[in-house]
Design a protein around this ligand. Sequence first.
Ligand code: NAD
Ligand code: TYD
Length: 351
Amino acid sequence: MQKTILITGGAGFIGSHVVRRFVNRYPEYRIVNLDALTYAGNLENLKDIENAPNYQFVKGDITDGDFIQKLFQEYHFDGVLHLAAESHVDRSISNPMEFIMTNIVGTVNLLNTAREIWKDDYPGKRFYHISTDEVYGSLGATGFFTETTSYDPQSPYSASKASSDHLVRAYHNTYGLPVVISNCSNNYGPNQFPEKLIPLAINNIKNNKPIPIYGKGENIRDWLYVEDHARAIDLIFHDGKQGETYNIGGNNEWTNIALIRTLCKVMDIKLEREPGTSEQLITFVKDRAGHDLRYAIDSSRLMNELGWKPSLQFEEGIEKTVNWYLENQEWLENIVNGTYENYYREMYGNR
Ligand code: NAD
Ligand code: TYD
């Protein structure tokens, strides 16, 4: 029997990799990509699959409860993979309300509607909420986040994601909604919006612009290649246990400064510049307010129970990423000059 799956935020960075994977891997599913096409949503990310017979794009906002209800009534979704979110910590510091609306209110709209439409007829249904390791707060020099680490979010972004995680669990505990949650570390790879550290640095190096490093660059993140995340999401959606949480991480910790120095070396080679040229662009700037020191994930549960592990070494992943950005300069330029926003109108008109 055909299943209809809703993927929210499918025009964004991680969502586009998940949509592509599901469309290509599961021709028996009808994949509906719901995205509001905010500044971070870009249909160019999905050009290669936009005409696939099992794929459909719907423009819409998860904060609009009536719209979400109509969408569920129309499509009778069997499953939801919820990735739509405001995702950038710096933006959450300057404008927290958008994060409250999309990440909390939007998630509750989806939960309420799934509950209402599925009417307690839960067999075969699944609501999968995709979240971040940032909900656990900040680590000191040692230790790892596990699935039982207490929540201690520090930024408006992580607080909004923590709130949505709690609500998803509450709908499971209270109404029996069949949910599963995952919390992942920092992703990198093709199609990431150039406000995040790695694509921002690639873009600035290419254009000989300063690479801003917050504070002393000693903050640590655990980096995972985006396709490894998409593969974990596929596994958890299909095989994860109801009501459970899975941590996903790269086992790949880098201080920001060490990561950027490595990236600079790769860029010097790719751009055929003298060794050390790109490093000269490193510029230490004012630290981010409330900057979390270290994130590190223990993904042994996902590895032991579902047999997942990261497939790429960081050196390989960063080279693939740099190659992609250099080969897709138009993608970056379209974002920087705003052209990507016209793509939807050209493709779909002003609906
Ligand atoms: P992104 O910012 O690249 O994409 C978010 C997408 O959601 C965009 O396409 C945007 O248009 C859409 N969206 C935003 N508000 C919407 C709304 N109100 N209605 C409908 N669509 C809306 O984000 P990303 O980096 O791909 O992250 C995707 C998910 O994964 C988020 O839930 C994020 O919290 C989580 N996550 C991200 C990372 C990371 O490193 N990027 C790590 C762990 C978890
Ligand atoms: P980012 O990519 O924004 O992800 P997150 O804040 O979710 O971890 O930032 C990654 C790290 O890089 C984080 O410690 C902040 C730092 N950073 C910089 O030093 N300079 C920058 O220009 C950006 C965007 C981030």
